[in-house]
Design a protein around this ligand. Structure first.
Ligand SMILES: [Ca+2]
Length: 471
């Protein structure tokens, strides 16, 4: 009898303790954005990029292997994910437009937290900020989102150091600089310091901290020790098959803003550009690590929900592109990692299709907040518990070129990527990712794919509502 009771106690006790330990009703929110970051991170399987701190967030939470931004450009993507509204609803289809200009009625994610007793902080780039020219400026920010908002300045392309030849004349931002020490002269340094100070001042009362890092956006400025992680002889340039661009629609090439011919870089320049992008990723990751270290030191890591995202992907030579603004996988897909106290899918990948509009209801949900009915995403909380669960049947990404009124709309299903271009150069693209994961062969230009095209057109026409997850 007593033995049974002891066994019962012994088996129940750890579970009770676990339940108590992990049920944080009102967690701190650490909401980290990186700029122009694609999925070239260790935790997403990159063979050489070193990102130990972001990998640590992934080990505590769920990394979304198939997360898609709604618009592959800073301003439209950020206003969409921060408002929970798709670009068709924000009507922000270009940079340099503030959310209130188009949607004064929006309740942004940090604003929702403010309405529910949280103090919200923004350090660095959350909404659109031109980099490098606008670093330090508050233009296009949203006053209603933050109690405290600081855009630290930085030396950016004026940083003294070794300049590597990336061999391009694309403007002052396109430089690669290794500086000799860790002197605090970059915007991200100060932004991370301020985030740390915010947690130090409020360890017990939960706060929402938006940390907006501007790397790995060009200029690729980083301490030399991060360049040293990537000896140039280990860097391989992308090799595209001959004629790859022959079946890419004209609208698609215009949308990437003429940066589709390797930006004039020779192979050495391309390798240097890749290397400096990787060095910038590791430098940005180091800033993330400084903030995680503060959460460790303050003993609040297990009371903090951490969301890490890049605003859209980025081409490093695929299809000869060095840019975003593309509806190919490398530009539409972006990193998303969510770690929140109390969920079971810790350290696991989630391969289900998710969209950046889903970030809003997820972050609100892990803090027990109810999002406004206008938002257009779905909470990923079921996937934080069970990453193997199926979610959406398609993810939607769109693009717009105001000058020529070119509109592109892409869907990603489990198997295919389908893109429709309308405007002066109407066209279609279809890629079978099962047989062509690099999206080199546009099947819309080949006979024999009528059934697949019909199906994809229907999914695009039915829209995101029909692709929603059944939860
Ligand atoms: Ca091609």
């Amino acid at each position: 009898m007593s033995l049974t009771r002891r066994n019962l106690l012994a088996s129940a006790l750890p579970q009770l303790m676990l339940a108590k330990k992990t049920s944080v009703e009102k967690p701190h929110i650490l909401f980290i954005a990186a700029d122009d970051l694609n999925n070239n991170l260790g935790c997403f399987g990159h063979p050489i990029v070193k990102s130990p701190n972001i990998d640590r967030i992934a080990s505590m939470g769920t990394r979304f292997e198939n997360a898609y931004c709604q618009f592959p450009l800073c301003g439209p993507s950020r206003t969409s994910l921060l408002s929970g509204l798709r670009p068709d609803s924000t009507r922000i289809l270009a940079n340099e437009i503030a959310i209130r200009d188009k949607r004064p009625d929006a309740i942004t994610l940090p604003q929702l937290f403010r309405q529910n007793g949280y103090k919200s902080y923004r350090y660095g780039k959350m909404y659109h900020m031109n980099v490098p020219a606008g670093v330090g400026s508050n233009a296009f920010d949203d006053a209603e989102s933050w109690d405290v908002a600081i855009s630290p300045p930085g030396l950016e392309q004026k940083t003294p150091g070794t300049r590597y030849p990336i061999n391009t004349n694309r403007g002052p931002g396109w430089v690669s600089i290794a500086f000799p020490n860790d002197k605090h002269e970059q915007a991200d340094d100060r932004a991370a310091d301020l985030a740390i100070e915010a947690f130090e001042k409020s360890p017990d009362k939960p706060i929402f901290v938006g940390l907006g890092l501007v790397r790995p956006h060009v200029p690729n400025v980083a301490p030399a020790r991060f360049y040293d992680l990537y000896p140039i002889e280990t860097i391989k340039a992308v090799v595209n098959p001959p004629g790859d661009r022959d079946d890419i629609p004209k609208a698609s090439e215009i949308a990437v803003n003429t940066r589709a011919n390797d930006m004039g870089m020779d192979e050495n320049g391309r390798r240097e550009a890749i290397r400096s992008y990787y060095a910038s990723i590791s430098y940005m990751d180091w800033q993330v690590g400084r903030v995680l270290g503060a959460l460790d030191r303050l003993k609040i890591l297990d009371k903090t929900a951490i969301v890490f995202w890049g605003d859209h992907g980025y081409h490093l030579g695929e299809h000869h592109r060095w840019h975003k603004r593309s509806l190919f996988e490398e530009s539409a897909r972006a990193p998303l990692i969510v770690s929140a106290p109390g969920y079971k899918g810790r350290g696991k990948p989630c391969r289900s299709l998710v969209e950046f509009v889903d970030i809003y209801p997820t972050v609100a949900g892990v803090a027990g907040l109810k999002p406004p009915s206008m938002i257009e995403g779905q909470s990923l909380q079921p996937l934080l518990d069970n990453p193997a669960r199926r979610f959406k049947s398609a993810a939607f990404t769109q693009m717009f070129v105001p000058e020529q009124k070119i509109e592109g709309r892409a869907i990603r299903t489990d198997r295919y990527r389908y893109i429709r271009w309308t405007g002066p150069y109407p066209d279609e693209e279809l890629y079978d990712r099962k047989t062509d994961p690099k999206e080199y062969t546009n099947l819309a230009k080949k006979p024999g794919y009528e059934a697949e095209l019909k199906q994809m057109r229907e999914i695009l026409d039915r829209g995101w509502q029909a692709a929603r997850a059944k939860v």
